[in-house]
Write a protein of this length. Structure first.
Length: 201
């Protein structure tokens, strides 16, 4: 595990309790989630990449109840909290860069997670995501245009920032079709973009 990934894991392990008690609003993503699930047939298998403590499970239990959910996260403490809240849900500790499921997925959900991948690893990680998906899989991801808070002694997490034009270029290089995209502006007025993508068939 490289230093960047190790720090990210340790940061979320250390701050799992705080994050699980403050990051509770899965319905922040409700509008794009409705568009995402509308593209997926009943019983589609969806991988939640960076599931944390199960922050988006209320969306999957409600609007996405027709889907088959699996969540993975690199943080053991986050997954432990998720399992304590949702003991019947398929949650496990795994690194998306090396994760090898028994069966391929129909879709992936990656809200506020892939920005932690350094630029020199992005192509490889995205190609691995494609490898564990079925042809033509649907994906949802959010990427920040700016870092929400400056680096500090307590928070040295890596963020790869993307303008819409930069992500369009990356998606084009990968052969991923951007089906829909839009902006998310947080309460603190920080800008993110969300994308629904279709992988090559």
């Amino acid at each position: 595990m490289d230093a960047t990934k190790k720090y990210i894991k340790e940061y979320y392990d250390k701050n799992a309790e705080h994050w699980s008690s403050t990051k509770l609003n899965s319905f922040f993503h409700e509008i794009p989630f409705r568009k995402f699930v509308a593209m997926l047939p009943t019983e589609s298998r969806v991988l939640d990449i960076g599931c944390a403590h199960g922050v988006h499970l209320p969306l999957f239990f409600g609007i996405g109840e027709h889907l088959r959910y699996t969540g993975i996260d690199i943080s053991e403490e986050m997954v432990k909290l998720g399992k304590s809240r949702y003991p019947s849900v398929d949650l496990s500790v795994a690194d998306i860069a090396t994760y090898e499921p028994e069966e391929k997925f129909d879709a992936f959900w990656a809200a506020a997670i892939l920005m932690h991948i350094p630029p020199d690893q992005v192509q490889d990680v995205f190609k691995h995501i494609e490898l564990i998906m079925k042809p033509g899989a649907i994906g949802y991801l959010t990427l920040p245009v700016e870092r929400m808070e400056p680096k500090s002694e307590e928070d040295q997490r890596h963020f790869t920032l993307y303008t819409k034009e930069e992500f369009v270029l990356l998606a084009t290089e990968l052969g991923w079709e951007i089906v829909i995209s839009d902006k998310i502006v947080t309460k603190a007025n920080f800008n993110w973009n969300w994308y629904i993508v279709k992988l090559p068939t």
